[in-house]
Structure formats: structure tokens, C-alpha cells
Write a new protein. Structure first.
Length: 195
């Protein structure tokens, strides 16, 4: 039911992960998307209430995911416990996120890249690590927005100016630009993020 008609680039849930669905009345992907979006809207309200938070931590990354999905999934705010078709092995997640956070801090302090490129590299790496069973792209986009606001002190990306959850040419462009970044070419991603 839930894995039916997944958009391009989405990762299927395992049967065990599906059992974590808290809303037993959900019967299709559209209903799931609606309930998840309502939960994400609550998380955005919470984010807007934050006063200069220290977001470059594993604790905050987990807390943000929990705020985004805790009314829908029992495992919200916990790293995945199984390997997927993308992402690092599940036992490497904490280490890889710590390395990413250290890199961001270094890049920022040493002006290694422009602010946009730091944010693009943050987003790309966080999504590539793929720390959660579900919601990695949405979590990565919101976390990147928060990093731009609180750490980089710059305007958030436009993310193609559409909902990237649904299948669309814009989502394809987003996924393709992430794949280019996998190969070390960040130009398509940088262009997409401000489109």
C-alpha cells in the first residue's frame, strides 16, 4: 500500500518500517503524503519559534526529523536500522553525519566555498547519507533552510519553487542534479536550488 507508486528517487520502506505507521486509517500514498505534510507544517511552526538554535549537531538533526514525522511514524527521530538501495550502511550514519557537520563548520570558518555551495554540499551529503527510513529529502531540505538561516546567515533556496514530493519534471531535475553532485559536479545542483 504505502510503497505503491513511489516517486522517482524515493526509497521503499521495509515491512518492519511500515509497521511503524501510527495512523492505521491510512489506505494509500496520497493520504500518507497529506498526513506527513500536516506533521511537517507543525515542525515548520516549531522551527519558526526557535531563537538562535545550535543546529549543527546530531541531536538537532534527530529532533528535527522527530518534529517532522512524530504524529505519523513511531520511528520518527531515529536513524534507520537497515540498509537501503541508497545511503551509507546503517551503522555508519552517526559517523558520517558527524563528519559532515565538522566539514560544514570548517568550510564556513575558512570560506572554502560560497555560502550557497556550502548549503548545497550540506544538502547533498545529508541526503546521500540517507539517515532515516523515510523523509530524507524533506528533512534535508528543511535542515538546509535552517542552516542557511542560523549558520550561514543567507536566504533559503527556492528548491525549484514546487513540491518535490510528487513525481514531476522538476523532481526529476532535482534528482538528476543530486546524481551529478554524486560525481563531484555541483553546478547543476546550485543552479536548481535557486531556480
Amino acid at each position: 500500500m504505502i510503497n505503491n507508486s513511489l516517486p522517482m528517487g524515493a526509497t521503499p520502506l521495509s515491512e518492519e518500517e511500515k509497521e511503524g505507521l501510527l495512523l492505521t486509517h491510512i489506505t494509500n500514498k496520497e493520504e500518507l503524503n497529506r498526513w506527513e505534510q500536516e506533521n511537517i507544517n507543525l515542525a515548520i511552526e516549531w522551527c519558526l519559534s526557535l531563537k538562535n538554535p545550535s543546529i549543527l549537531s546530531i541531536t538537532f538533526i534527530l529532533q528535527l526529523h522527530k518534529k517532522m514525522f512524530n504524529t505519523v511514524w513511531s520511528w520518527a527521530g531515529t536513524f534507520r536500522a537497515s540498509d537501503k538501495n541508497i545511503g551509507v550502511q546503517h551503522w555508519q550514519i552517526s559517523t558520517e553525519i558527524k563528519k559532515l557537520l565538522d566539514d560544514i563548520d570548517y568550510w564556513r570558518k575558512h570560506n572554502t566555498f560560497s555560502k550557497d555551495e556550502v548549503a548545497a554540499r550540506l544538502h547533498h551529503r545529508l541526503v546521500a547519507i540517507h539517515p532515516f527510513p523515510n523523509g530524507n529529502g524533506r528533512h534535508g531540505r528543511l535542515f538546509t533552510d535552517l542552516a542557511q538561516k542560523y549558520v550561514l546567515k543567507t536566504k533559503p533556496f527556492t528548491w525549484g519553487a514546487v513540491n518535490l514530493t510528487d513525481t514531476s519534471p522538476t523532481r526529476k531535475n532535482y534528482i538528476d542534479s543530486l546524481k551529478e553532485a554524486d560525481r563531484g559536479n555541483y553546478l547543476p545542483l546550485l543552479k536548481f536550488l535557486r531556480s
